[in-house]
Ligand binder design. Structure first.
Ligand code: ARG
Length: 276
């Protein structure tokens, strides 16, 4: 269910410091209905547009304060999920978080590699609807620009990258098991873009959210297994070298018949133009 998912994230992320101090869980055999991201370790040098959102005040320092993902779409612009900026996730209203940062170029959160950049402005999509999860994005403005080489291109409406059956990859430092095992190092999982019809059948409208084709895209494996999970929210879904989605929601993680749902980037581009 949607609300419990978000609450779980806030609670688990607050405990993340303790969890991350433990050795990474060894790949235990997973039951058929079990939750799992099924990803692999990747180098941030190969995907410099993936960033971590951080607040050590809210989430502790062990994992650099990571609590959500983000993606660099302009030298000073990062996209993330609107729900990452909510009180449910942060535990306090956004204005009370004084150390919100974007961490670029650091795959291992236990190190101080790369750059930590202050966020000078946050704009949550005015059309975000927390009851259906539609329009789940926010724009962060960086206090210092990143190099142009960090920027990923967004796939516009009608781009072939959105076609069902396209291979895509989702990136993040979130839960790798569905049991609160937050990753210390960046992971990516290969998923397949699914047809809107399959996504609508999976999420016709419930407490989880409602699949809305105009503003969402869903991806995963119909038999389950590879997926994003808690802590990955706001991070990128990439296909054909372009950004197509932001991790948004799902029922559990990696469950058969419950694919991951992402904010559709072509819609983000459209809404951003309207409010620019
Ligand atoms: N809402 C979650 C977060 O804040 C992301 C959930 C994604 N779930 C999924 N099964 N793909 O991290």
């Amino acid at each position: 269910m949607r609300r419990p998912i978000v609450r779980t994230l806030a609670r688990a992320a607050a405990l993340g410091a303790a969890a991350a101090a433990l050795p990474l869980a060894s790949p235990a055999p997973v039951a058929a209905d079990s939750v799992v991201v099924g990803g692999k370790l990747v180098r941030v040098a190969d995907s410099p547009w993936v960033v971590a959102l951080s607040s050590r005040d809210r989430f502790g320092g062990t994992r650099s304060g990571q609590f959500c993902g983000g993606v660099v779409v302009g030298r000073s612009t990062v996209l993330t999920a609107a729900h990452c900026m909510s009180k449910e996730v942060l535990g306090v209203p956004l204005r009370r978080v004084s150390d919100l940062k974007v961490i670029a170029g650091r795959e291992d959160l236990a190190t101080n590699a790369g750059n930590e950049i202050s966020v000078s402005n946050v704009k949550t999509n005015p059309e975000y609807d927390a009851s259906t999860n539609s329009g789940d994005f926010a724009t962060l403005t960086l206090a210092e620009p990143l190099p142009e080489s960090y920027v990923i291109r967004a796939a516009g409406a009608g781009d072939a990258a959105y076609k069902p059956g396209t291979s895509a990859a989702v990136y993040g430092w979130g839960d790798t098991t569905g049991r609160g095992n937050y990753a210390q190092s960046l992971h990516a999982a290969d998923v397949t873009v699914l047809a809107d019809k399959e996504c609508q059948e999976a999420y016709p409208g419930s407490a989880d959210g409602t699949y809305t084709p105009a503003s969402m895209v869903c991806a995963g494996e119909i038999q389950g297994g590879r997926d994003a999970c808690q802590g990955d929210s706001g991070g990128p879904l990439v296909a054909r070298g372009k950004l197509i989605g932001l991790v948004s929601w799902g029922d559990g993680c990696g469950r058969a018949g419950s694919p991951g749902v992402y904010t559709r980037i072509s819609e983000v581009v459209r809404v951003m133009k309207r409010y620019a």
